[in-house]
Design a protein around this ligand. Structure first.
Ligand code: CUA
Length: 337
């Protein structure tokens, strides 16, 4: 009886210390979606249950090791314990009930966060090595940044152009795979204005760890203003210059996931001022970045790899037409002005 009381007190004390420690450690980043509240609630509840069972096992084990250890000079055999049926039933049934309880509780929350609202905002997400492209079908806008209005459910449809990626904004808590040849879906209701980041949560190649895209959650009127600005930035097809068309293609294909237009080096070389420059290649030779070089670098990028960059760009021969390539080159040239 004395042992039982001491162990019970120790288990409660260690559980309390663990829960306090885990709470202080602040395991989750800022929460910024309605769906995430359910995730956090269950995550914390499970963490507390785990803290209790961890304490139960560790305290019992260490207590037994210390208190029931062999005393000096004691050479007798220990008691021959053959099992304890009530104990075994208890430690099978109790965890079973807890796990099933979490299952039922979680299924209820899952049903709640996968219910589509009538006024949801549709966004098509395309993942590719190594970046993201976002299309707003209701507005005819495509962007490399994910702008979202606060307080409105967003219905994401996700796919991939090459391998499996996973769309994850840690502040929203939930994530979904982007699979080539399939459309998957994810519902998120952002509820805190702020800047976040999409990460890729599926190991997808060389620059997986750099596969980011900015997420900007704004007030609804600021969202409308952004959409209007994007629509102005992309004039109707008839009035587009070749460079405009190139810019639209670049956004659609998500080229800027790897190639910046501000001079910074990402996974690939920047496009700023590239046209007409001498480019040093991996084999030490140099080549002038003219039309032919740019065209070749888009259609068959691995035939001329720029020094200091990995040869990981997918070839766009068969993806882009000659006209598309000409438009993109025109856009690259326009960056020099
Ligand atoms: Cu895409 Cu990792």
């Amino acid at each position: 009886m004395k042992h039982l009381i001491v162990v019970s007190v120790l288990v409660i004390a260690v559980t309390a210390v663990l829960i306090l420690g885990l709470t202080a450690a602040d395991l989750t980043p800022q929460l910024a979606s309605e769906e995430g509240q359910y995730v956090d609630l269950m995550f914390h509840a499970q963490t507390y249950v785990i803290a209790f069972f961890f304490s139960l096992v560790i305290v019992l084990m260490l207590y037994s090791v210390v208190v029931f250890r062999r005393k000096p000079g004691d050479t007798s055999e220990g008691p021959n314990v053959k099992g304890n049926t009530p104990l075994e039933i208890t430690w099978t049934v109790v965890p079973l009930i807890i796990v099933m309880g979490f299952g039922v509780w979680g299924a209820g929350h899952l049903a709640e966060i996968t219910t589509r609202q009538a006024d949801d905002l549709a966004v098509k997400v395309t993942g590719f090595q190594f970046g993201w492209s976002f299309e707003y079908p209701d507005y005819n806008v495509t962007s490399s940044e994910l702008y979202l209005p606060v307080g409105r459910q967003v219905s994401f449809s996700l796919t991939s152009r090459d391998v499996i990626h996973s769309f994850w904004v840690p502040e929203f808590r939930i994530k979904q795979d982007a699979v080539p040849g399939q459309w998957t879906s994810l519902l998120v209701t952002p509820d805190v204005v702020g800047d976040y980041r999409v990460r890729c949560a599926e190991l997808c190649g060389y620059a997986h760890s750099a596969m980011y895209a900015p997420v900007v959650v704004v007030e609804p009127d600021a969202f409308e203003a952004w959409i209007a600005g994007q629509e102005v930035a992309s004039p109707p097809t008839g009035e587009m210059t070749l460079a405009d068309k190139g810019k639209a293609l670049v956004q659609e294909q998500g080229c800027q996931g790897c190639h910046s237009i501000d001079g910074s080096a990402l996974v690939g070389p920047t496009w700023l001022g590239i046209f007409g420059r001498e480019v040093e290649l991996e084999d030490g030779s140099t080549v002038a970045a003219d039309d032919t070089y740019l065209r070749n670098s888009i259609l068959d990028p691995n035939s001329q790899i720029v020094a200091g960059f990995p040869g990981i760009m997918p070839p766009y021969g068969g993806v882009l037409s000659d006209e598309d390539v000409a438009a993109i080159i025109e856009y690259i040239k326009s960056l020099n002005e």
